[in-house]
Design a protein. Structure first.
Length: 496
């Protein structure tokens, strides 16, 4: 018994420290509890292939048993009054609760008809590709199918009324996912639209199967008031089935023509103060009430979740601060050649924006003008642009095809930080980003090193945890400000 430790903390905790593949839990060790014991299995022994449980174990929890990567079989003493095993799977005595299925089970597994509850972590890391659940199943506890990366097919019985989204966390390869009833997918965050939106965007990790998230969307209590946000999120996260559901089930109501509130600037000129409406395609009029529209006012379209395409009329000379900020659905904006002045944050957080033009005559890209416009693939700046102000193009992660104007003079704080051209592609068969060359014109005289510097850094190598480096190689003229900047910041460069 020297290979075991058995101690009472909150529960009785059993830890195996040996090297055997086949582990028999000693009955006499459990007897030290003075009664039939409820135990927690603790182990980091990944070599374990089988576990035998004696008659005096009352209940057992494998939630902390992370050394079960090679577990093939669980057996229980036939005299045990509380637990049972069948086909190597652990159950309670009457086989209504499935407690643990060995990780190394493969292929298809049919859960016995008697089972009404799948316990937490029951199939964690399972190699099974298909699991058939009984029709009378009532409950699936949290994390029951966590890390089931081989699982491709499962059907949730009608009797399961609720299920946590963590139940299938990191089981993202499930392609055949059926809900026979109206199972509600719950979250520890409650009906939090922001949390669900982040899952649909894939903001952090690709944790969940599209089918599970589809069911969560279907049963979300505040769907209608958040439908447009979720549509945008699915476009960003590329969830076509959920997107199709959200669009096809959208209530068919006639969209009224939007209205424009205006400010008089002169006796003959006005600015658009605010657009009110839900139109997808908006043609801003060149005149309102006989007066010429010459400006798009501050926050005029801010937070509009519906507009997709906006055409600004000829004669408009200025787009003011935050005019289109956080227009989540906005994909295309046509700016007339008459427009020469752009406002800060004008397209900030327009994450679906892909098509926008900058007219000749504009001399600067203002602060945060395109901040977090992650879908822009290319952006042609006219030769008149001499300055990109702080964070002007920051986090335009899709922007790969981009050149600085040949007459540009200044790049302010983090103006180009996190853009797609900050790194190259991942070389085939390799790990991490490759290098990308980027031309810095000789005209540049002011390049800011403030904040996170001008370009993002990325992991240097797979075996160098926490080490980051620039993945951009600057094309510079010898002796230029860009040359000096590259040397000062230890950025690779080549002379042109």
């Amino acid at each position: 018994m020297s290979d075991f430790t058995f101690e009472k903390h909150y529960d009785w905790e059993l830890k195996y420290n040996g090297q055997d593949k086949d582990v028999v839990i000693p009955e006499e060790l459990i007897a030290e509890a003075g009664e039939d014991a409820e135990i927690r299995i603790l182990s980091d022994c990944k070599q374990i292939e089988s576990i035998s449980i004696p008659k005096n174990v009352k209940s057992i929890w494998f939630g902390t048993f992370y050394g079960d990567d090679n577990l093939k079989n669980i057996t229980v003493d036939e005299q045990n009054k509380y637990l049972a095993s069948k086909d190597g799977v652990l159950f309670n005595k009457d086989m209504t609760r499935l407690i643990k299925a060995p990780v190394m089970m493969t292929g298809e597994y049919i859960v016995p008809e008697s089972v009404t509850t799948i316990c937490c972590y029951a199939f964690r890391k399972s190699k099974l590709s298909k699991i058939i659940l009984p029709d009378n199943l009532k409950e699936i506890e949290h994390s029951a199918f966590e890390y089931c990366e081989n699982l491709t097919s499962i059907s949730i019985p009608e009797g399961v009324e609720e299920m946590e989204e963590s139940t299938f966390q990191l089981a993202s390869n499930v392609k055949e996912f059926e809900f026979k009833g109206n199972t509600k997918i719950t979250s520890i965050y409650g009906d939090n639209a922001g949390h669900l939106e982040e899952l649909l965007i894939r903001k952090y990790f690709d944790h969940y199967s599209e089918f599970l998230l589809l069911q969560e969307v279907k049963t979300f209590s505040k769907l209608e008031e958040n439908r447009q946000r979720f549509i945008v999120a699915c476009k960003l996260g590329k969830f076509p089935k959920i997107l199709d559901y959200l669009i096809s089930t959208k209530p068919q109501t006639k969209v009224r023509k939007g209205t424009f509130k205006i400010n008089d600037l002169t006796d003959t000129e006005v600015e658009i103060k605010k657009y009110i409406g839900k139109e997808e395609n908006i043609q801003i009029p060149s005149e309102i009430k006989g007066k010429k529209v010459v400006a798009i006012g501050e926050k005029a379209f801010n937070d509009n979740y519906y507009c997709i395409n906006v055409q600004i009329p000829d004669g408009v000379t200025e787009i003011r601060a935050s005019a289109f900020k956080n227009c989540l659905s906005l994909e295309k904006v046509t700016i007339p050649e008459s427009c020469k002045t752009l406002g800060k944050s004008m397209f900030e957080e327009c994450k679906l924006l892909t098509d926008v033009n900058i007219p000749e005559g504009v001399n600067e890209i203002p602060e945060k003008a395109f901040y977090n416009c992650i879908s822009i693939k290319n952006l042609d700046l006219p030769q008149t642009v001499e300055r990109i102000k702080a964070e002007g193009l920051k986090n335009c992660s899709g922007l790969v095809d981009f050149e600085l104007p040949s007459n540009i003079y200044a790049l302010d704080k983090e103006a180009l930080y996190g853009c797609g051209f900050n790194h190259g592609e991942v070389p085939e068969g390799e790990w991490g980003y490759g290098l990308r060359e980027f031309t810095m014109p000789e005209s540049l005289k002011k390049i800011s090193s403030a904040g996170e510097t001008m370009f993002a850094r990325y992991p240097a190598a797979q075996d160098k945890f926490g080490v980051f480096e620039y993945k951009i190689k600057l094309r510079v003229v010898k002796g230029s400000s860009a040359h000096k900047y590259a040397m000062k910041n230890h950025i690779r460069f080549v002379f042109v």
